[in-house]
Design a protein around this ligand. Structure first.
Ligand SMILES: Nc1nc2c(c(=O)[nH]1)N[C@H]1C(S)=C(S)[C@@H](COP(=O)(O)O)O[C@H]1N2
Ligand SMILES: [Mo]
Length: 249
């Protein structure tokens, strides 16, 4: 994605009506159109601003005593078991799909990027919440390094586990992908992620419900649509369980 496109995405569209248009719209029927367009810009800007707002962050004392695991708590594959036993020394995270610069990153490289630490609340639709401290690079750094293409509209997260025989995966749009609290976490409460919570890497996307926070990440994929991915609804639970794709909180 170019800087231009990113800036307009992130700054909103409110600044668009240009001086020339204002003059044309001063009087007559163009006025109504102008008002409508301006109203649309304002509404778009408001929606975007709401989506960019930060999730609440907490203090260390607020942290829950334990972060229970949910969904997959372990990964069966031989590859994963060997990596776990080896401290994930050879684990790779790919950043691929609609990018100009395909990346394959080891944990050390991910830890060498600028890091963000945040204490946030996880909300699972099954009716439990937990507050924890998460650490990792912002997803925006990875996407910028991979140079997202213009056609990219969604970011898909591929995982190492299967649930009921299906690959777990998830996806978010670019507003959430570039949200400052969207990180690829390798740390939980100052320690490496335990297996039950998604070792060695999991998504934290703090303005979304729990099932969007993909664990056991193997790849981050930029796509234009979900049509060719599993059942086409953009995520494991969206495909099999009728959960909404947009799970904003
Ligand atoms: N790969 C993978 N990611 C996943 C799941 C899963 O089963 N597999 N479960 C999801 C659900 S429903 C929730 S609530 C959170 C739970 O995260 P936790 O296990 O760290 O509590 O992970 C989400 N991400
Ligand atoms: Mo969940």
């Amino acid at each position: 994605m170019t800087d231009m496109k990113r800036r307009s995405l992130l700054a909103g569209l409110a600044a668009l009506p240009a001086a020339g248009c204002t003059e044309l719209a001063e009087t007559g029927p163009a006025r109504g159109l102008f008002d409508a367009v301006e109203g649309w810009h304002r509404a778009t800007h408001r929606t975007l601003a709401a989506r960019q707002a930060l999730a609440r962050e907490y203090t260390p004392e607020d942290r829950s005593p334990d972060i229970r695991g949910n969904g997959s708590l372990t990964v069966d594959s031989e590859y994963y078991r060997a990596q776990l036993a080896n401290g994930f020394a050879d684990w790779r995270l790919e950043v691929r799909g609609l990018v100009d610069n395909l990346l394959s990153l080891g944990l050390d490289e991910i830890k060498a990027l600028p890091q963000r630490t945040q204490i946030t609340r996880h909300d699972c639709v099954e009716g439990w919440s937990a507050i924890a401290e998460w650490t990792g690079p912002q997803l925006s750094h990875l996407l910028d390094a991979a140079r997202l293409r213009e056609e990219a509209r969604f970011i898909v997260f591929r995982c190492a586990d299967t649930l009921n025989g299906n690959d777990y995966y998830e996806s978010i749009d670019l507003v959430d992908a570039y949200h400052p609290q969207t990180i690829i976490a390798h740390g939980l409460n100052g320690e490496p992620l335990p297996e039950k919570n998604g070792a060695p890497l999991r998504l934290r996307v703090e303005r979304q419900l729990g099932y969007k926070h993909a664990k056991y990440l193997t790849a981050i994929e930029a796509v234009a649509s979900f049509d060719d991915i599993h059942a086409g609804k953009g995520g494991y639970w969206e495909d099999v369980g009728d959960y909404q794709w947009y799970a904003g909180i």
